[in-house]
Design a protein around this ligand. Sequence first.
Ligand SMILES: [Zn+2]
Length: 102
Amino acid sequence: MAIITCPGCDRDVWDGEEACPTCKYPLQISTNQNNLELFRTLKIRLAILSAVSGSCLFALLVAMVRPPADGFGAPVITVGMVYLGALAIRIITEKGLAKIEE
Ligand SMILES: [Zn+2]
């Protein structure tokens, strides 16, 4: 076994591994440049979506614990919509990643 650089995250990994332990990049399939670009794009998108949906969830929780004086107005509904949207895109993105990893 030799140490190679993971194309997904640039960390050193054993070439015998099926997938990178850090970023789950599949090491055993033939990796063309398109796949690599797509993989990186999806990983970045996933990170952004996680941050967005996490912030929205936090904002919604704060609104639940300490409701605004004028009730749940447009801002809360907007945050809720953004959260659901980010969640939906995240699920689609994860499915895309799973396809690359197959
Ligand atoms: Zn990796």
